[in-house]
Design a protein around this ligand. Structure first.
Ligand SMILES: [Zn+2]
Length: 451
């Protein structure tokens, strides 16, 4: 080698001068659905290097191939012994319910009355909203979640707060103002016209700003009049690219209530269909008590399901049928659904997802599980052209997982042979302690303090 130690000390790329950062460790990401493509769905490098430039993935591959391509002096962060993968995508979560997580003893409708509405009423106060939003975003990042689809409350200030908190960290985030103009306390109730006007103003203010996207957010059919649901369809028609998020068929009492309120409907899902709310970028949490026609309809309209296992078990709602969803061809992502859900951690969520499928005589393979938590979630939000894996050009949202984060995890991982076995131990035993670092657009956004 000519020149001895003459390599420049600056992290400059040879070409355009943009700084280059590289991360060496075990790398795993997905390029497709393992249920469809089998082993061709994932890319795995036991000794790999991820290269980031300008906040985007510049390369990800075997160390022996990628290291020689780095510009002289490029900084290589040593993550050997750790697992680098894309950041997790949480497709359903309520930031305003952060403080009611782990509240005891209720099923859905009682839960809403007893805990949710009083908690959400406090978000009329912008200072309260800002404080919770900041904690919530830090909690996401501490759990390795780099993108989430988020319910705010019915107060526009609550939307400003969550978008501001995400924007300050350059996070890709989807959120919206909750629309509910009936069957809720006055402290959280809006009106059909007022909710429409507020949503339109918030879309103008936030949608497409940085990495933020807006979601029209009717809480669920029972708390919106038919007029409000019709206006949701109008908002979507007037603003192509805007998302929709809601809940459907979570709890049997809720399903019966919808049948009373909308006697003309064939099913709960049919109410949303009637108002044009089944479409691409529409994401429905739970989807438990659906029939085959409902699932087919979601698949053909391009709507997506958010599977929220910790919430479904905690509120006693029921068991999501992952196989039926897959067979229907509908897109599925995972949601923590905090505060009905019991953890911000997608690893804890995968653990419970596995158990839910077990109860139905199905098996969630570890590779499918991590696909759902990353690229599958991104695809259900139709953001998979930007996030969800480590293909060249993708936004560099990634995490570094510590497989020796706890003595038990370290001991169990040592006794695994295959990648699948290792991933399985991680999803059953792991939690936020396993998230060593979280990067957003290539910048360190969370580093776990050494114990
Ligand atoms: Zn929810």
């Amino acid at each position: 080698m000519a020149g001895g130690n003459a390599a420049p000390g600056r992290n400059e790329g040879a070409g355009n001068g943009a700084p280059v950062a590289a991360y060496r460790g075990e790398i795993l990401h997905f390029v497709g659905d393992p249920a469809v493509l089998g082993d061709a769905a994932h890319r795995h490098h036991a000794d790999g290097v991820l290269v980031v430039r300008d906040g985007k993935v510049a390369a990800a591959g075997a160390a022996e191939e990628v290291l020689p391509t780095l510009p002289p002096g490029a900084k290589v962060t040593d993550c050997r012994g750790k697992l680098i993968m894309p950041g997790f995508v949480d497709t359903h979560v309520h930031y305003a319910q952060t403080d009611i997580i782990a509240s005891c003893g209720a099923q859905l409708l009682d839960w809403l009355e007893r805990y949710t509405f009083p908690a959400e009423a406090q978000f009329a106060d912008p200072a309260h909203a800002a404080e919770v939003a900041d904690f919530f975003v830090r909690e996401l990042l501490g759990n390795g979640t780099t993108t989430a689809m988020v319910f705010a409350t019915s107060h526009p200030a609550s939307v400003d707060a969550i978008f501001a908190a995400a924007h300050a960290r350059s996070m890709r985030l989807v959120a919206g103002k909750v629309l509910m103009d009936r069957n809720v306390p006055a402290t959280v109730r809006d009106t059909a016209e007022g909710g429409f006007d507020d949503s339109r103003a918030l879309i103008d203010k936030w949608h497409g700003r940085g990495r933020l996207s807006y979601a029209v957010t009717p809480r669920f059919a029972p708390t919106s009049t038919e007029r409000q649901l019709a206006l949701c369809g109008r908002l979507l028609d007037e603003h192509p690219g805007v998302f929709l998020q809601s809940h459907v068929a979570e709890n049997r009492g809720e399903v019966a209530w919808v049948a009373e309120l909308f006697p003309w409907s064939r099913s709960y899902l049919d109410v949303y269909d009637h108002y044009g709310l089944l479409r691409e970028r529409a994401v429905y949490a739970h989807c438990i008590h659906l029939d085959a026609q409902d699932r087919r309809r979601m698949a053909e309209t391009g709507a997506a399901m958010s599977f929220c296992p910790t919430s479904n078990l905690f509120l006693g709602s029921g068991l999501f049928d992952l196989r039926a969803a897959a067979d229907s061809g509908v897109r599925v992502g995972l949601g923590t659904d905090v505060g009905g859900g019991t953890s911000f951690s997608m690893l804890r969520t995968l653990d419970e997802a596995y158990k839910v499928t077990q109860m139905a005589g199905q098996t969630l393979s570890p590779l499918s599980a991590f696909y759902l938590a990353t690229l599958g979630g991104a695809a259900s939000l139709r953001l998979d052209d930007r996030i969800g894996n480590l293909e060249t050009g993708k936004e560099a949202d990634f995490i570094v997982l510590d497989l020796a984060a706890t003595p038990l995890l370290a001991r169990r991982i040592e006794r695994t042979g295959t990648l699948a076995e290792k991933l399985f131990a991680l999803m059953i035993l792991g939690d936020d302690r396993a998230v060593h670092a979280t990067y957003v657009l290539g910048r360190l956004a969370h580093a776990r303090a050494e114990a």
